[in-house]
Design a protein around this ligand. Structure first.
Ligand code: GLC
Length: 583
């Protein structure tokens, strides 16, 4: 039976209006994440690089995004794919040289694309000059004080200083061998042992990062994505903590918190996440960025923080501009949950005068075209292997297209992850011998980790490595099926996912949907998300996602301007989202 909702009642728009602020570019920007290892390879070594990116930037102009965010390309032994930085002011030879970064910036700006780079302030690589100096200088030295060294517990000091776990599995402490060969102190690493945590109580650490900000701002970058922004400050005394340390891939749980299905455990109860002291650091960074004038240079927090009321504190007017909305990413494909998260996100962001952001995929989580190929609410660890239940790929793609169409109809900023514009699925059958994520090793294979979403991008179906580079080498194997998703199979092809994204981005820009106000439309069934965007450029636009089994009728006179899939006799079928202008 078809439902009709020709006169849906519009609920009070008040909770949904975006803060009425200036029209700075970042408030509604769509930012595309490039993972440099996997976007495009210029020299045939199987690893992506900066010249490869520069050569292909035109793809992003074609797509219609506003900016790119580059995951780290700095000098690094690559123990965590570059999130272990040995030199914050240089480019790793695998990715090129500083001149290549300059060329990339220049080309991007020429194409009208802003460039955001990744800043990793919680930890460096153990191969950073400061950490080497700390090891050499010995206990009690000023060099050690820039990191978090402690004596071990137990009579021989051979037990870790506290019980903290690493996010990647195992203890968060590693014992060093002192210069004289004796077993020595322990250092803290919330992530891999090759990622020692900085001591953010140290003035030199603070000064160093302000200087690193200036280094890249002076080269012309438009902002920074701040890695583990909630981790820098630790509780004094480093007390034991008896809860879990995970932060990645536990997204279903995060959403359950937002939806009050599970009692939220505030992240800041832990002695190392979301401590109040982090905010002072971001205020000082904001002053640095603001000193570069307009257009604004921006900061975006990667902060896995619950509840949302605390997460938005990172985006108060004198702190960061944006924070990733991981609650949205983690929301199951259930209409009432999506509505609740959207409503709460907008309210929470508005309470500090910030726009919300939206994201569905990144380099740390299973791609949404694959996540959504499982039944809503399916529990899984981060990473999928050949022995695990496999997703329904067609259904996953259909829902992913619908989810993205919903996301891009919302006001605020949006982040896209490379390959999602192709509808690319996760690699779910990668043989374990290829896995490189430290999580895989440190959990003894219990968590497969994040390699499945990091596989090199297919550009050309009938080319070695699907056109990733000039050779057939790719640092992770590409599933055979990736050829069908290649850019050359989709560019200019009506109905392809690439063309859907282009339509959505162009229409979003034309109608100003990123700046519109939003109201919930009542009168539809519980498995429908129905929102009405309104703004000076758009007029009234219905954003309607049908998650139910019955096709949904549109109001009389509705003019469909974008749809994630074909309509059925003018009605919106299952797992389909439309944007329709209302008379
Ligand atoms: C962030 C990054 C992730 C990295 C971790 C440690 O969560 O997104 O890829 O492993 O920080 O730097």
């Amino acid at each position: 039976m078809t439902r009709t909702a020709s006169h849906p009642a519009v609920r009070a728009a008040a909770p949904f209006h975006p803060a009425d602020h200036d029209d700075a570019w970042w408030r509604s920007a769509v930012i595309y994440q490039i993972y440099p290892r996997s976007w495009a390879d210029s020299d045939g070594d199987g690893m992506g690089d900066l010249p490869g990116i520069t050569a292909r930037l035109e793809h992003l102009q074609y797509l219609g995004v506003d900016a790119i965010w580059l995951s780290p390309f700095y000098t690094s032994p690559q123990a965590d794919a570059g999130y272990d930085v040995a030199d914050y002011r240089d480019v790793d030879p695998r990715f090129g040289a500083l001149a290549d970064a300059d060329a990339l910036l220049a080309r991007a700006h020429e194409l009208g694309l802003k460039v955001i780079v990744d800043l990793v302030p919680n930890h460096s690589s153990d191969e950073h000059a400061w950490f080497r100096a700390a090891l050499a200088a010995g206990p009690g030295s000023p060099e050690r004080d820039r990191y978090i060294f402690r004596d071990g517990r137990g009579p021989a000091g051979d037990e870790p200083p506290n019980n903290w776990d690493s996010v990647f599995g195992g203890s968060a402490w590693t014992r060093v061998t002192e210069a004289d060969g004796t077993p020595g102190q322990w250092y803290l690493h919330l992530f891999d042992p090759k990622q020692p945590d900085f001591n953010w109580d140290h003035d030199e650490v603070r000064a160093e990062f302000e200087s690193v900000l200036r280094f890249w701002l002076d080269r012309g970058v438009d902002g920074f994505r701040v890695d583990v922004a909630h981790g820098l400050v630790k509780q004094p005394g480093l007390p034991d903590w008896h809860n879990r340390t995970h932060m990645l891939g536990e997204t279903d749980e995060a959403a359950a918190h937002v939806l009050d299905k599970v009692k939220p455990q505030p992240t800041n109860l832990s002695p190392y996440w979301d401590q109040d002291g982090v905010h002072e650091i971001y205020r000082s960074w904001r002053r640095v960025l603001d000193s570069y004038g307009t257009p604004a240079r921006i900061l975006c927090a990667e902060a896995w923080v619950e509840p949302q009321e605390r997460a938005v504190l990172y985006t108060r007017p004198d702190e960061m501009h944006q924070a990733f909305n991981f609650d949205f990413l983690g929301t199951p494909w259930v209409a009432e949950d999506l509505v609740a998260v959207i409503e709460r996100s907008l309210e929470a962001a508005d309470s500090v005068g910030a726009p919300s952001t939206w994201v569905l995929s990144n380099h740390d989580v299973v791609r949404h075209a694959t996540r959504l190929g499982y039944a809503p609410g399916t529990k899984r660890k981060n990473g999928i292997g050949a022995d695990d239940p496999q997703p329904d790929r067609a259904r996953g793609l259909q829902r992913a297209r619908a989810a993205t169409t919903l996301m891009l109809g919302l006001p605020g900023g949006a982040y896209l992850y490379q390959g999602e514009e192709l509808g690319l699925p996760e690699s779910t059958t990668m043989p374990d011998e290829f896995r490189q994520d430290p999580t895989f090793v440190r959990t003894g294979g219990e968590e497969l980790g994040r390699d499945g979403c990091r596989v090199p991008i297919p550009w050309t179906k009938d080319a070695p490595g699907f056109g990733f580079g000039p050779s057939d080498r790719t640092w992770l194997p590409q599933p055979e099926v990736y050829g069908d998703y290649a850019v050359d199979q989709q560019r200019g092809v009506a109905g392809s996912t690439l063309e859907l994204y282009r339509t959505l981005l162009a229409t979003r820009a034309e109608l100003g949907l990123g700046r519109a106000s939003l109201a919930l439309v009542e009168g539809y069934a519980a498995d429908v998300v129905a929102l009405e965007a309104a703004g000076p450029e758009s007029g009234r636009v219905l954003v309607l996602a049908n998650l139910g089994d019955e096709a949904v009728e549109l109001p009389a006179g509705a003019d469909v301007v974008a749809a994630s899939g074909p309509l059925a006799d003018g009605r919106v079928p299952t797992d389909t989202t439309v944007w329709a202008r209302l008379a």
